[in-house]
Ligand binder design. Sequence first.
Ligand code: PFF
Length: 680
Amino acid sequence: MEIPEEQRENWGTRGGFVLAAVGSAVGLGNLWGFPYKLYSYGGGAFLIPYILAMFCIGIPMLILEFSLGHMTQRAAPDAFGRANKRLEFVGWWGIILGFVIVTYYPVILAYCFSFIYYSIESIVTGKSLPWAGEGIQGVENAKIFFNETYLGLKEGVETGQIRTNILIPLVIAWIAMYFCIFKGVKLVGKIVWLTVPLPFIMLIVLTIRGLTLEGSMKGLVYYLDPVWSELSKPTTWRFAFGQVFFSLSLAFGVMVTYASFLHRKSDINNNAAIIGISDFATSFVAGIAIFATLGGMSYATMQAGNSVEVKDVVAGGPGLTFVAFPYALAQLPAAAWWSLVFFFTLVTLGIDSAFSITESVLAGIVDKTGWKRCIVLPVMSLVGLVFGLIYVTEGGLNWLGTIDAFINGTWGIAFLGLLECVVLGWLYRLDTLRHHANERSDWHSGRWWNFAIRIFIPIVLGTLFLWSLFDDVTNAEGFIKTPSGEWIVPNCVGLIVVGISPIIAILMSLIKSPLRTGQGKQAEFKYPTHAEAGGIGTTSFLLSVIGLLLVIWVLYFGKENLVLIPLFFGIAGIVISYYVLEKHDVGDEKPSLLSRWAGIISTLDISVAISIILIGMTNKINEKEIVYRTADKLSGVSYVILGVVVLIIVGGLGWCFYRAITLASKDQEPEAVDDDLQID
Ligand code: PFF
């Protein structure tokens, strides 16, 4: 279904779009999140769920979001609304959670600005870095410097005073973001030519420097040696999947919005693959840079007679970036310079991710209301900054961690991703999107993509969601109130945020848009009103409902050993409804509503059944236990893992570029779509 070109701004070049999307995906999450998650959840073993998630979920979902944005030429809420009027709230939900991220993400940039300042100060004055110290005492110093001197974190203080030393760089971060996007995406498309390659170059420099340090291999042992037992822990899988979502900026409407500014003829599938693989490559290399340097630090402290092991300094999240790494750098020659390079890398990595979320919220509002960008952006930035004040208080980092955990937790990103796939896969003619992407792409996605969006991704995410819910419910005690009966305010606020965001999303979608009747309306796919395929669809519905009732019965009466029965009904229901949609959602035909709902109900039924099985299998495992590596050299298995990863990255990117270049050099349109489901 071709949609007439609308007068919408565009990126100018393919490179502009790809870089902007890579810029959004590659961010603090790659340097701050991925390495410590990999380390904590099985080293090299973590790569299995991660690569699976990247290729089976991440890239297909990127194609989904790109196609939707590109086809409708609208930011997320309106894009979903044009697919189906009742779905607009899904887009708003993502935008609202995205807005929550944009209140705290720049705060981390603010920390980086401050550390840049300290590094420059140390270079200029010739004094050592303010957190420098020797041996294990040095680790303590770095902790005290970040937590107490810089953040002003105090025991028992929930919020406390606003810290001007964080507020000033926060204002600078917002001003920088404002100037990057105030002129629209054309300018963004140019800025990213700087903000994307620069951190890559600096990461490579940091990696080379890390690898050439004495002792670096010992650091890599921590990073790469696999601890296979970690794969049996639910958390490992949850973190791997959650990290892929966060890292690819999926489900927050960013990728839908960015694709809406893409030129009509631009490629979709190949771009999605390039972006996904580049993001993975950056995370992987960032991990090598971090752990090689930590290995170097460990060796240097051992030589100085006050040995500090890698495991003594690695901590999750901000701890790694603002305590362990600054400490490690301080142990090495030319510490202040390297510290400057490191924090500058972080700023250039993070800034394009931060403004991509701002852009997605902005475009959502502008597309809905028709208000002027030049008015909405400053107001929005100011509101974002004001909400962000909570994170620059003395208790700010706790707030940041809590709210981040909620957004990336059970009810956040993965649930939204699940919803996205389910509604577009079962309630919309999915082939419209696949054809739209295939018609203009360097390579075509086959029916495997429909299978991924309709069945594989929803079941995997549904299972993870239910598994997490089970975990949350079991650990609920002491979550919002302390044993002594006091409210735990950040957790309450987090719950309120995730609780009210769908309500606000629904309200937003109910507001009438003055622009809804305007151009681009053609994008909405009109279903034929005749020729329902009944019969077999009704059978699938009955099977799925029986399956669901049975699984509820299994849960309620604790009959876990009979769980295979509802699983069987669910599989039968989903197979039939999938067949009905593939066969009858074409041309003038229209599958019955029952067959569509059969798919959704069966997904739920199968997910519940699988989570019951998994919970049964894994509840004897001690989640908290971390296995430490002790070897000095990388094992043979680690080298194999390293080789496979390099092969995936180089081979994958090589193939994508080969497809793009051969097509461009032939100067031809992509081949005609080869399957039979042409719409219109
Ligand atoms: N992908 C970014 C990162 O890895 O740091 C973070 C992010 C950007 C998340 C944009 C969500 C988003 F919408």
